[in-house]
Design a protein. Structure first.
Length: 319
């Protein structure tokens, strides 16, 4: 079956742009997932590849012609992954064949060896739209379509009943609902606007076995569930974050706070709340709700903890 080639995606030019596009296509049908990191932004680049938690190996992207080099790298990556995944990726949707990356002027395209399916590198999911009746990845496909078009969504659900796909999407304030419905077509889309995110400062009494605390939290936004505990420390300019949490003696983790606040550069106070009142001081015992956010694919790059909530634990008099 022939499918139209997607034309609206951005053209990758830098080495990491090409790698991001390649691994997005390679990993879409891969079970378990394919993880990767690099040692540099510039050629030669050593790419470390894992499948799930298992290391697969190290591949090198290098050469005088970047486009040709990426094509060769794609073939080598497929060769390495095939016996591990026990399946070729990305698969052609029309034949039991694996797509092959080839050059087309200054672009890279996937082509089926049978000759009737093709798409630009990085546009594999776009080319598979709309989802077929047996598609298991309709939700991530739709999420990708919305994100590629700059449409800010908060939650989405995709269901199939009565031989038709439907979706419920909540979008962030100011998002064009008509554009969202257009991106979701031909799926029947039910679109709702979320309330704008806002910051709340609260005092909590605590309870048996737990200390009282005050919290500064971001409400109305997706929230990650990891917890970071330790001692709050002031960040230096080169840390490029709002504050540090000393999780263990001498080991500090950089934190970026999503709730509205102001970071103080001098004095005892480190964080002011949304109204400008002191909230957290250097040396406070704190807890942060959120999750890790790698700043880059490059190995050794700083990894931040993105916190939607900052808690300052109060002394109880028993300490």
């Amino acid at each position: 079956m022939c499918r139209e080639r997607a034309q609206n995606g951005p053209v990758a030019r830098q080495p990491l742009d090409w790698l991001e596009a390649l691994f997005a296509d390679i990993g879409f049908r891969a079970i378990p997932g394919v993880l990767w990191s690099v040692n540099s932004r510039e050629l030669p680049i050593t790419v470390s590849v894992k499948v799930g938690e298992d290391a697969v190996g190290h591949l090198v992207l290098d050469g005088s012609d970047l486009v040709d080099s990426v094509c060769s790298f794609a073939a080598e990556l497929q060769h390495v992954l095939d016996p591990v995944l026990e399946a070729g990726v990305p698969p052609c949707p029309s034949h039991p064949r694996v797509l092959v990356a080839g050059r087309s002027l200054d672009l890279i395209e996937w082509q089926c060896p049978e000759g009737d399916f093709g798409c630009a590198l990085g546009e594999y999911q776009e080319a598979l739209w709309p989802p077929g009746p047996d598609e298991r990845d309709a939700a991530p496909m739709l999420a990708k379509r919305l994100s590629r078009r700059g449409l800010r969504w908060s939650t989405l659900e995709v269901t199939r009943s009565d031989n038709a796909w439907a979706t419920k999407i909540t979008v962030q304030p100011g998002t064009d609902e008509r554009a969202v419905r257009g991106a979701a077509a031909p799926l029947l889309a039910e679109v709702h606007q979320t309330m704008p995110a806002y910051t709340v400062r609260e005092d909590h009494a605590g309870g048996p076995g737990s200390a009282p605390y005050r919290s500064l939290s971001l409400q109305g936004s997706p929230q990650l569930g990891a917890l970071l505990s330790g001692t709050l420390r002031r960040a230096a300019v080169e840390d490029r974050c709002d504050f540090l949490v000393e999780a263990t003696p001498g080991h500090c983790i950089p934190v970026r706070l999503g709730a509205e606040h102001t970071a103080c550069a001098v004095g005892e106070c480190v964080i002011l709340d949304a109204s400008g009142e002191p909230f957290a001081n250097d040396g406070d015992k704190v807890e942060c709700g959120g999750g890790g956010a790698p700043s880059s694919r490059v190995e050794g790059a700083l990894t931040y903890f993105y916190a939607w909530e900052l808690r300052v634990l109060q002394k109880t008099g028993l300490e």
